[in-house]
Every structure is written in C-alpha cells, then in structure tokens.
Unconditional design. Structure first.
Length: 205
C-alpha cells in the first residue's frame, strides 16, 4: 500500500460498503467512518425490530418521484462535500504520522473524489446488480409481510438506488476511476482482497 493513508469506498445503498470498509479498516489498522454520520438525510424507509420509520421519512419517499428523490440525495451529498474533504485531509498527511482512515458512503461522489490530491488516497466504488439490492431491501424490510404503503416506499428506495448507481458509474467510467462488482453473496474477505489489489494496481500505474 505504500503511503496510502485514506481508503474511500463509494457506491449506492445496500451494496455492502460498510461491511467491506470495516474489514479493510481491521486489516490496515485504520479508523473506520461512514459519511452517513456526517449529516442526516431521510434514510432507509422500512421498519426493523430496533427501529420504526419516522413519519417524515415515509412521507419523503411516498410524495416524491424517483427523479426527485435522486436529485434530493445528490443535493445532500453536494452539501456534504466540504465536510468530507476536511475529514479526508485530516488523515491523508504525506508524512504518515496521522492515523489512517477507511471512509465509506454514498456521499463519495466520483467528481468530488477526482479533484482530491492524489497522494495518500485511494478510492473504489462497489457495484451490484439491482436485483441484489432489491433482494437485500426486501429481506431487511420483510416485504412479503409489509403493507401496500410500506411496499411502495421500499420500491421507491430501490428505484432511487438504481438511478443513483447509474449516475455514479457513468461518472466513474468517464473519469477513469475504479469500480468493483461485488456480485451476490461474494465473501467479504474476497471483496476486500479485490479492493486492495485494485488500489495497488492504480497506485503503481
């Protein structure tokens, strides 16, 4: 890894970013952070045993079209940009004296990352077929037992995730950045190995 001090893991929701990022942080002895913790935005609109969905979150997904939902989340990520850059800069010191960081989150937009200083920072965007994302959302939200209104917002979330992934991957390819298909059920250790290999090749190149 050489002077790598910051590893960025981007991608749409439910592709496994946090699981892979935690594995990488453990391997590298780096801190782990998620961009989700930097500011709030209407999140996952399904109930779990530990969490009820706030009314404003349900209303957000029910009232807006998929394109409106996508614009809303992209605008949120644009506003997060200064905080993300500040966090990265705090760890990407060239002398390597600071603690390393694995930062994951959908807020890591390719156009923003491409403008960061190259030294000490690597980035990979994880991808998955929409069928994988849908299956994970449906399982988490117990779709088969959900009410019609609960199913509606889950379907909107999946559609927004698909649209967001399309936009992000277009930018990744346009900018010559790195993407990695995680497949369905691919072991986390294998994905982590592939991320490290991809960044190492990029750094050598």
């Amino acid at each position: 890894m050489g002077a790598m001090r910051v590893m960025l893991i981007g991608g749409t929701s439910n592709v496994g970013k946090s699981t892979v990022a935690r594995e990488l942080a453990d391997r590298l002895g780096f801190a782990y952070r998620s961009t989700d913790g930097l500011a709030r935005h209407p999140g996952r609109p399904w109930r779990t045993p530990e969490r009820e969905v706030p009314a404003h979150v349900t209303e957000h997904y029910a009232a807006l079209t998929v394109e409106e939902l996508t614009r809303s989340v992209l605008g949120h990520y644009q506003r997060l940009r200064p905080r993300v850059e500040e966090l990265i800069a705090a760890h990407a010191d060239e002398d390597g004296t600071g603690s390393g960081l694995v930062l994951e989150g959908s807020a890591l937009l390719p156009d923003h990352v491409a403008r960061l200083p190259g030294s000490g920072t690597g980035a990979v965007w994880l991808t998955a077929d929409v069928s994988v994302v849908r299956a994970r959302v449906y399982a988490a939200g117990q779709y088969d037992a959900a009410t019609p209104s609960e199913r509606l917002v889950m379907d909107k979330f999946v559609a927004r995730s698909e649209r967001f992934q399309s936009i992000v991957l277009d930018a990744v390819d346009r900018l010559g950045l790195t993407r990695l298909d995680v497949g369905d059920g691919r072991p986390v250790g294998e994905v982590a190995d592939a991320v490290l290999d991809a960044v190492d090749v990029r750094e050598r190149g």
